[in-house]
Design a protein around this ligand. Structure first.
Ligand code: TYM
Length: 335
């Protein structure tokens, strides 16, 4: 039976990239009637320094973003990773399955340590993909909706599952599929069409935050970097125009139209007209989300209650799978 698992790091405010690449699609998967498990991966967040008070706040805020985006804690399981101890335990087991060479090929680790002293990175940052494999396989999840940037990590998860099955002569772990779908699988920075939109970019003008107000959203799109040409009327015409393509992709994902449909109605338009139309569309979709987030954040105890209840439901699935994994590996289970 299909089961969806995905996660988001509560390591800062969430962006339009997280919304279009992940949150919006998480709600869609749930609405398709598939079993859906969504996780705020606080253990992943601490692979780089997190101030404890801020981490608590950001975890609640990210939970509010899930709910405001349409993830219903009654229909999906929504919880924070550290409340289900099986994640850390299975990650250790997978640390003994995954190979150093596999970790060395992970581009996210290379990107995160580029230009820095890699020797001073946490050991957790290096082992990060093994914990992510544990997240997914702890639930025998079959589908992992993510943005393009997480594809390599899901492929590593497949490799770990396959090696475990091979080494222990079993078919215990299903091989999960990445679900990378739609026109916004890689939302780019508004300042540089070659970099992805990211909560860790030093420039706030590079991204739309889910908590930005209408004026800020309009201003960020107005100042977004573009070329001087009008929009083409066919997708082919966006080929060498990364910034233009990004704005059209964002418009398509927000409106639910295809890129071709967007270009049919906006082709020939200059950015002087397209950017305000995009800003209006973004505000109309994001304002209700940020309002709902603010409403939920007024009652942090209620958010904590939802996460606790989600964790109990998650643990009920995870605990037997962890126990069977330990058994397969030859650990005595006698208490
Ligand atoms: P994270 O927290 O960086 O991002 C959360 C999700 O948002 C997507 N995303 C984007 N999509 C499109 N355009 C963008 N600019 C953009 N930026 C972010 C990401 O692809 C991701 O789907 N390692 C993961 C978290 C994780 C996880 C998991 C995911 C931990 N365990 C298990 C799936 C399954 C991460 O750092 O995502």
């Amino acid at each position: 039976t299909p089961r969806v698992f995905s996660g988001i790091q509560p390591s800062g405010g969430l962006t339009l990239g997280n919304y279009l690449g992940a949150l919006k699609r998480f709600a869609e998967k749930q609405d398709e009637g598939i079993e859906t498990i969504y996780c705020l991966v606080d253990l992943h967040a601490i692979t780089v320094w997190q101030d404890p008070e801020k981490l608590r706040h950001q975890t609640r805020e990210a939970a509010a973003a899930f709910i405001a985006s349409g993830v219903d804690p009654a229909r999906s399981i929504l919880f924070n990773q550290s409340q289900v101890s099986g994640h850390a335990e299975l990650a250790w087991l997978f640390n003994c399955v995954a190979r150093l060479g596999w970790m060395n090929r992970m581009t996210q680790f290379k990107d995160k340590t580029a230009g820095k002293n890699a020797e001073n990175s946490s050991l957790g940052l290096y082992a990060y993909p093994s914990l992510m494999a544990a997240d997914i396989l702890l639930y025998h999840a079959t589908q992992v909706p993510v943005g393009e940037d997480q594809k390599q990590h899901v492929e590593l998860t497949r490799d770990i599952a396959a090696k475990f099955n091979h080494d222990y002569k079993t078919d215990f772990f299903p091989i999960p599929e990445p679900a990378i779908e739609g026109s916004a699988t890689r939302v780019m920075s508004l300042r540089d069409g070659t970099r992805k939109m990211s909560k860790s970019d030093p420039s706030d003008m590079s991204r739309i935050n889910l908590t930005d107000d209408a004026d800020t959203i309009a201003q960020k799109f107005r100042k977004a970097r573009t070329d001087p040409e009008p929009l083409p009327s066919e997708a082919e015409g966006l080929k060498d125009r990364a910034e233009a393509r990004n704005l059209v992709n964002i418009y398509a994902a927000l409106s639910g139209e295809s890129v071709d449909q967007v270009l049919r109605s906006h082709g020939g338009q200059g950015f002087g007209a397209f950017k305000p139309a995009l800003a209006d569309l973004a505000v109309s979709k994001l304002a209700p989300i940020s309002a709902e987030m603010a409403r939920l954040m007024a009652d942090p105890a209620e958010i904590d209650r939802i996460l606790g209840q989600g964790a109990e439901r998650a643990d009920a699935i995870a605990a037997p799978i962890l126990a069977q994994t330990l058994d397969i590996m030859g650990m005595i289970r006698s208490r």
